[in-house]
Design a binder for this molecule. Structure first.
Ligand code: SAM
Length: 247
């Protein structure tokens, strides 16, 4: 149940500065301009909720991130991009948060992993509460729970409504990546994405050349498990198209 889940009224009501302290936006106060490099002479920019603003929006979301394998593999490959894992299980979220802090300490000299964080969220209900419209470049749906029985299909994280939410938070040109070892779920996702007017399927050549696809296959916990068991990994990538112009 979601009764103990906390979520902001809107993305601006979320204080992201504690998640990405190295990416908090600062402005030099007029009196301090000669020493503009002096951090003490700078003030944090704040939004209408009084929260410090970030230098950039979150660009990559891993929905149902589990133990964060994808997050921790992508973060050093995209060190100046903000990545967020969203996970519904409390203990798993806490594991990812602790591991992030440990990796930041371990890599303090290079500043790696400052760009990764994780929140506890039920993305089926609250994704637009956390992420603003047209800001994401990539969404990953890696090995979503298959919910095999027909009466459980409504719990799948791909549905026409949820695809509309993914379209809402993605920038035009942004991509949704899906991977699963369950053929029936792959077909389900193909069916729903191909029928949605906001997405077009990315061609095989582009998919094969995309480093994120290799990371998704090899660095997720589930991807490794499927590899060990000799299973098949079904991949699809979808591009967010521009909305049609108003007549
Ligand atoms: N993506 C990871 C991987 O590939 O190794 C984990 C895959 S695991 C099979 C599915 C994950 O999605 C679980 O960690 C589960 O708790 C999480 N999950 C399921 N429903 C969710 C929801 N509505 N919101 C956020 N996370 C969810």
């Amino acid at each position: 149940s979601d009764h103990d889940l906390t979520y902001p009224a809107c993305p601006a009501a979320m204080n992201w500065s504690t998640h990405y302290p190295a990416f908090v936006a600062t402005t030099a106060t007029p009196a301090s301009i000669p020493e503009a490099d002096d951090r003490a002479a700078r003030t944090e920019d704040a939004n209408e909720y009084g929260h410090p603003t970030l230098t950039q929006p979150i660009s990559i979301a891993d929905i149902g991130c589990g133990y964060g394998g994808l997050l921790f593999a992508l973060a050093p490959l995209h060190p100046s991009t903000l990545l967020l894992g969203l996970e519904i299980r409390t203990a798993v979220t806490s594991f990812v948060q602790q591991k992030t802090l440990a990796l930041r300490t371990q890599h303090a000299t290079t500043g790696l992993y400052q760009n990764a964080s994780c929140i506890r969220a039920n993305t089926m209900k609250f994704l637009p509460n956390f992420l603003p419209r047209s800001t994401l470049k990539k969404i990953f749906l890696c090995f979503p729970d298959p919910h095999f029985k027909a009466r459980k299909h409504k719990a799948r994280i791909v549905s026409p409504t949820l695809i509309s939410e993914y379209a809402f938070v993605l920038k035009p040109g942004g991509k949704v990546y899906t991977i699963t070892d369950v053929e029936d779920l792959h077909d389900w996702m193909l069916g729903h994405f191909s029928q949605h007017e906001s997405f077009e399927r990315v061609g095989e050549e582009e998919v094969e050349a995309d480093e994120c696809v290799a990371v998704m296959k090899e660095e997720t916990e589930e991807g490794r498990k499927v590899q060990r068991n000799g299973g098949v990994k079904y991949v699809a990538v979808w591009r967010r198209v521009e909305d049609p112009a108003w007549p």
